[in-house]
Write a protein of this length. Sequence first.
Length: 518
Amino acid sequence: MLFNSATFIFVFLPFALLLFHAASKRRSETRQGLLVALTVIFYAWGAARYLPLLLLSIVINYGIARLIEKRIAANGKAGAVLVIGVCANLALLGLFKYLGFAMASLNEIFGLGWKALRVALPLAISFYTFQQIGFLMDLSRGRMTRIRLLDYFSFVLFFPQLLAGPIVRWDELVPQLHRRREASRIAGDIVIGLAYFSAGLFKKSVIADSLAGYAAPAFVMADSGHTPGLLDAWLATFTYTAQIYFDFSGYSDMAIGVARMLGIILPLNFHSPLRAGSVIELWRRWHVTLSRWAQSYVFQPLSIPLVRRAMTWGGGKTVMFILGFAVPTMLAMVTIGIWHGAGWTFVLFGVMQGTYMAINELWRQFRRKARKRRKETGQGGFRPVYQAITLTSFAVSVVMFRASDVAAAIHMYKAMSGQGAGGFISATAAAQWDFGVPGALVASLAAYCVILLAPNTQQWLGRFNPVLEWPKWKMVSPPMIALEFRFSWVWIAASAFLFFAAFNAMMRGTTNFIYFNF
């Protein structure tokens, strides 16, 4: 069931809110059981054939969690049980998401003649698999104890964030599910949640879906083996970057908003990453919960032993940088890349991000003394330049993310470097843009004005503790245009306008969320 569907907005969501808040004074087990049942209905509505796989994954992981608890109680370590649990999750994900890609790659390299294997991708498998792997890792580190079956089911089967995140941790969600709902806060939470949801729906239906029409023609040309023009290639690159930003940040807003209507505060998932002054900073603020997952469960487990190894070997700062930062960073970013999809384009996307981050860290080390001097003298730096470089570099890498294969990406890169046969602008692409070249330029410029100048959704709702750990984030990248939601008829009317404008656009036709493909 899609958040941007009339069935969800006018049938399922009101029904779920009514039932859940009617049980606000009952025991937490009642509310959790209700949420699990609602989530099963929500997931089965459009993906019933994958429901047994989801439930099987939960049961297996719960069984592994209980074994880990017993091993820790016996000797203080999870041992091989954790390894088996992580491998079982990766095997399940690999079977459905990567086996076909692996066989095709081996076919191409070695000419094995294997028949192409096509396996449908179960809805949300990447999200719930990574969330459960993170849970097993945290459990083995002693971050939670006494895992009850209902708690675990409600941890995974929480419909606001099941399909596309945020990827939550146990201690962020389960304690809130146990907390009794205060009747005096229900109305306020619903209003705040609706404002959040309306902003997200507007981002998706009005902005992202409109930008898609300007981004698609050049990429379609490249996918078919043709080289677009210089202008339309760059416009498509920046427009698609904005499209995926609004598409996924819009989904995250809607998920956070639905959870807030239930009285649950979820972690932040996007915080104006395209205003970042470095790629490292960008990835701390783009898909925050996935980046956090890679940092906690890929980078740190690799970096710490490699740093120790570097200290043993000697070799100075260079070896320390390579082993302690560059290698684990590259592996973490490749993990993020292939998490998004099974294909060499996603591998190369991860490689590009890892390379960017290694260069970024080297530059930070080189400029450390200069930054300290600027801080002491109060002189300004070059942040606007760094922001422009970061945005452009990221947009260039997003070509790999969008292209159907590496050959299509090369066609785009040729066009962007002026080496293609498409000239300055392709008439084929321009003919498909609403209002032609002026329309494409205005749409792209308007999108980036919103991205770079306006408050993001949590900044707009900053008075109401919009996400977990908000005090840590509230002063990060303040907007140039300061607007804050208040409980007043003016702001409620503004939220209603966003909702009805988004709903009107949705009724004219909308697309699936991009991240549903992952």
